[in-house]
Design a protein around this ligand. Sequence first.
Ligand SMILES: *Cc1c(COP(=O)(O)O)cnc(C)c1O
Length: 395
Amino acid sequence: MKVSLLDVNAQNLPLEAELTAAFTSVLRSGQFIMGPECDAIEKEIAAMVECKNGIGCSSGTDAILLALMALGIGPGDEVLVPTFTFFATAGCVARVGATPVFVDACPICFNIDTKKAAAKITAKTKAIIPVHLFGQAADMDAVMALAREHNLFVIEDGAQAIGAKYKGKPVGSIGHFGTYSFFPSKNLGGFGDGGFLVANDDVLTDRARLLRTHGSRPKYYHKFVGGNFRLDSLQAALLRVKLRRYDEYTKARQANAAYYTAKLSALPGVVAADPAHCKCASSQDAALAAAGAKIVLPTPYAHNDHIWNQYTLRVIGEGRRDALKKHLTNAGIGCEIYYPVTMDQQECFAYTSDWARSDCDTAHRLASEAISIPIFPELSDEQKDAVIAQIAAWL
Ligand SMILES: *Cc1c(COP(=O)(O)O)cnc(C)c1O
């Protein structure tokens, strides 16, 4: 049985009638920029993530850019970012002329190692961008404590985690800004590019709103140099159809993850990550060696509501991950490496001083050990069993 990593049609096509009606409604309204659909989605998503203000954006990348611009971050400033993330987190920092400073990852949740982040703070550090990677919240108490102590702004990159919670609070609502993405592979996947920004502070929100439309207010009078970072009305209308079902999608992903964890952990050489080794690769290594672990399953921290944008395994041993990838691919099982190259090792960032003093050993290992398997909500038990059977056959 072939299983794709993601099947967007399985989610979208059952909604065809409703999506078509939403499209027709916008078509007939003749309003394609801003307007009622954009206003409505801004209110609905802000309410869902328990944040005061919502701002529809052209992409998750542009939402991060807009947050950095609204905070006035630019040349001469340093911004702490996880090195194990999608490129946009770090790329946006460079695009506003600031310097991304790369921080190592926790071997359990894959998120920013806040102890190592503290060691990289200098007088130039203005902000930190924790990423809630794969759908699980970063250590926000530690991030906010660092921010208070060193007077840093916090932009939560929740591109993969809209609706995930940290100690009961939705991610994105904790820092100064939160960002989300509607890229089709994200949990609230749209029909093209789209993103979202949230903030509780009205002044910052107002600045971000202005910057979203070339910094103009009123029209043709420009207070700041902004850009065109708007969410399309059509995209907003279509996304609202899926937003109504978002809880179901999340529950299905969580059920899939539980299914995998129960069945995979019964296989010899497969162990679940132990949160006791949070931010400590060496103690985890000793435990994994003692257990003869070949594959480590993701384990959410008890205080997190994980929404499983990805179900990411670690495959232990030189070359073993790539061997598993080859096996699964040959067997028709979709899988992907998120991410094969950490940010501190990207060619475009070779100019930063971090290239030399990276101290990102855990992230470098994750880049060689991580592999994600299908977790989309509509996966059937037969499909999950096919994935599990191929992993078992390879072990
Ligand atoms: C997808 C993603 C982004 C960017 O979102 P786009 O909508 O694709 O621009 C940013 N950060 C992370 C962690 C992402 O996964």
